[in-house]
Design a protein around this ligand. Structure first.
Ligand code: SAM
Ligand code: FES
Length: 349
């Protein structure tokens, strides 16, 4: 029997858009048969453009020092239980080289908003990585900066920038962040980055405290306007030392459903099956790929600091070496019929 939601899934697959009511209907939950149809169509949409290829991004979490105090985040300024660390330029470049030797062709530098690193230092790190790993892309994920700083990193060779918008709704943004941060500024950063020429990634946490279906609809409308190259979504997971310690985590089914919906709405987008998804379910990342994701971001940080970059409780892969993570993902993808490739994995038009 064909249901209304099945018709909506087919329409989204064909046209990449729905009315507000159509999206809200799909976001309201699906039966098993509807869910399976969504995943099937999402896989079809992804493989039409990216075949059964999975791109890896090697993540270097180079500082857990942050001047911000986001209510959900384990490394927020106000958490005094964190052992803080910073990696030096040489250590960062060494991690990148190690990743390159393992076959990573994208290096992601992520960290808290740590004023210790000047623009010149970030530029120098980017330049060195580009020198050592010439055919690799460099992605930055270091938060909100001024236009000129973004321009300088780009001129130094940075290719991509990840900055989740967290929620497109200004009021909801205010419930997740202290008053000194604004959703409007975060959106402006994303527009600046796009205008400069970066491949840009935005995104949200699924099941973030106070999130409603209407918020997710607003997120989709914002993304339609921004036209990002990447969309990072993963479940919200509480961290014991944050104001949201007692809030429930986002669910596997909601995250997978949103991955499927986003793949149909943005067929060309690079869509990671995130570490947070792997944290709430042992096969979370495989299930993410089977719901339309095509990117995985294994950890390249030195094992000595991994446990200190604890954004949420229970984060996986904090004990493994980079090589182990790489092989583990390769095997996991092979088992579900996908292949990890040694490529930059740029956005395909
Ligand atoms: N400082 C940079 C920034 O603000 O974009 C990058 C680091 S920040 C920790 C990276 C992302 O982690 C955030 O955009 C947020 O969505 C995610 N994150 C933080 N706390 C989380 C939590 N408790 N559960 C799931 N994801 C979380
Ligand atoms: Fe800055 Fe989380 S509060 S990285």
């Amino acid at each position: 029997m064909t249901t209304e939601k099945m018709n909506l899934i087919e329409k989204l697959y064909q046209t990449h858009d729905l009315s507000d009511d159509g999206f809200l209907c799909l976001l309201g939950g699906m039966t098993e048969a509807e869910t399976q149809l969504l995943y099937e169509k999402a896989r079809l949409a992804a493989t039409k453009i990216y075949q059964k290829q999975i791109y890896l991004r090697g993540l270097i979490e180079f500082t857990n020092i942050c001047k911000n105090n986001c209510f959900y985040c384990g490394i927020r300024r106000g958490n005094t239980n964190v052992h803080r660390y910073r990696l030096g330029e040489e250590e960062i470049v060494a991690c990148a080289k190690k990743g390159y030797a393992l076959g990573f062709r994208t290096i992601v530098l992520q960290g808290g908003e740590d004023p210790y690193y000047t623009d010149e230092q970030i530029c120098s790190i980017v330049r060195k990585i580009k020198q050592e790993c010439p055919d690799a892309a460099v992605t930055l994920s270091i938060g909100e900066k001024e236009h000129d700083s973004y321009q300088a990193y780009f001129d130094a060779g940075a290719d991509r920038y990840l900055l989740r918008h967290e929620t497109a709704d200004e009021k909801h943004y205010g419930m997740l962040h202290p008053a000194e941060l604004s959703g409007a500024h975060r959106k402006r950063c994303l527009r600046d980055l796009k205008e400069i020429g970066y491949q840009v990634g935005c995104g949200i946490m699924v099941g973030a405290p106070y999130q409603t279906r209407e918020h997710i609809l607003e997120d989709i409308r914002f993304m339609q306007e921004l036209q990002p190259h990447m969309i990072g979504i993963g479940p919200f997971i509480p961290h014991k030392d944050t104001p949201f310690a007692k809030e429930p985590a986002g669910t596997l089914s909601d995250t997978l459903a949103l991955l499927g919906i986003l793949r149909l709405a943005f067929p060309n987008v690079l869509l990671p099956a995130t570490t947070a998804l792997g944290t709430i379910h042992p096969q979370g990342r495989e299930l993410g790929v089977l719901a339309g994701a095509n990117v995985i971001m294994p950890n390249l940080s030195p094992t000595s600091v991994r446990k200190d970059y604890m954004l949420y409780d229970g984060k996986i892969c904090t004990g493994e070496e980079a090589a182990e993570c790489h092989h583990c993902i390769e095997r996991r993808m092979e088992r579900i019929g996908y292949q990890v490739v040694v490529e930059r994995g740029d956005y395909r038009e």
